[in-house]
Write a protein that binds this ligand. Sequence first.
Ligand SMILES: Nc1ncnc2c1ncn2[C@@H]1O[C@H](COP(=O)(O)OP(=O)(O)OP(=O)(O)O)[C@@H](O)[C@H]1O
Ligand SMILES: O=C(O)[C@H](O)COP(=O)(O)O
Length: 393
Amino acid sequence: MNKKTLKDLDVKGKKVFCRVDFNVPMANGEVSDDTRIKAALPTIEYLTEQGAILILASHLGRPKGEVVKDLRLDPIAKRLSDLIGKDVTKTDAVFGKEVNEALSLLSDGDILLIENVRFEPGEEKNDEKLAQSFADMADLYVNDAFGAAHRAHASTTGVAEKLPAAAGLLMEKELDVLGKALENPERPFTAIIGGAKVKDKIGVIDHLLDKVDNLLIGGGLAYTFIKAQGHEIGQSLLEEDKIDVAKQFMEKAKEKGVNFIIPEDAIVADEFAEDANTKIVAIDEIPKDWEALDIGPKTRETFSEIVADSKLVIWNGPMGVFEFNAFAGGTQAVAEALAETNGYTVIGGGDSAAAASKFGFADQMDHVSTGGGASLEFMEGKELPGVQALDEK
Ligand SMILES: Nc1ncnc2c1ncn2[C@@H]1O[C@H](COP(=O)(O)OP(=O)(O)OP(=O)(O)O)[C@@H](O)[C@H]1O
Ligand SMILES: O=C(O)[C@H](O)COP(=O)(O)O
C-alpha cells in the first residue's frame, strides 16, 4: 500500500483522532452484532498500548444531521469497554466544551468515544468547520473505517486533510486482501454475484469481467439475464431497462473468454411468502404466475464444483431470498462451498457476510469484509475517498 499506516506514526503521548465504523446492528437498545467493533480492536489496542490518547469517532445509522436518541453511541461504548476490559469515556457531544473537558481528564492509553458524528449536519456535507473541530482535538488522524471509506465526509476525508493521516490496521488489511485479489489473483479466479438488482451490480460485474475466469450470477438479478437470453421468467424480478446491459455483459464475457454462468434451474413460488407453494423447475420452464426465489439444485451443484476448483473466490450478494428458510438453500450451498474449498475465499460484506454467519460458515472464510458499499465500490475499481485522503508513504 502506498499510504501511511499506523506503524509509520509515533503516537506515544499524542492525541489520535481515529475514525472507526461502529455502524452495527442494534436491537432493543443493545448491540446485536459486534463484528465491526471486534474488527477495530487491533487498531484500538495497538494505539492504547503505544500510549496514545485515543479519540474514537463513528457514525451509526442515518440520523441526517439531527440528534436521534436511539442512535446514540452509549451501548457501543459499553460493548467496546467490555471487549477490551478498559473504561471508555463517552460524551453526548460530538465536539466542543464537553469533549474538551473529557479529553483534559484523560491520560496516555485512555479512550474517549465522541457522539454519533452524523448528529452534526456538517458531517455528511464534509463541512470545513466541523473537520477543523475534529482536527483541533488531536495531533494525528487514523482512519480504520473501511466500511465508510466510500463516503467523503468530515470525519473520513475533511479531517484527514488537516492532520498527519494514516490507515488503521483493519483498513490496511481490507485494502491488502481486496487489492491483491484484484491486482494479482491466483487462478482460477471465480466471482459470485447475487443480490436483488442488476442496477446495483453493473459496475462490479463490468470490472470483474476484466479480471475473473468464472463469473457466476445468482439472486434476483439473474432473471434479467435469463430474460435477455430469451426465456420467460414469470413474475421473477426483472429490470426491463437493464436487459441490454445484461446482453452486453454476456457478449463481453464471450470476448474475454470468461466462463459466465447463470442459473440452469430455480425454486419457484406461487407468491412472495415464507409458506408459499414451491417447486423446482428448469430455467426455461418458469410458470407464468410464479416467481423464482432461489437457485435450484443443479445450479447449486455447478456453482459448488466451480468453487471447489478455484484458487480464489469472491462472493457478493445472496443467491435467493435467504431471509425465508424455504429460499435460503442456494445461499447456504454457496456459503458451504466457500467454506470447503481449498481456494482463498473473500466475502464482500453486507448480506453475504450476514448469510455466512447465519449458516455458521463465517469462521471458515479467509476474509469477510467489514464493508458493504465500500467493498462493492472497491471491487468496481473506484478509488475510495477515505483512502485517497490519507498521506502518501
Ligand atoms: N430471486 C430473488 N428474488 C427476489 N429477491 C431476491 C432474490 N434473490 C435475492 N433477493 C434479495 O436480495 C436482497 C439482497 O440484495 P442486495 O443487492 O441488497 O444484496 P447485497 O449486495 O448482498 O447487499 P449489501 O449491499 O448489503 O451487501 C436480499 O434481501 C434477498 O432477499
Ligand atoms: O454500513 C455501511 O455500509 C457503512 O457503515 C456505511 O454506511 P452508510 O451507507 O450509511 O454511509
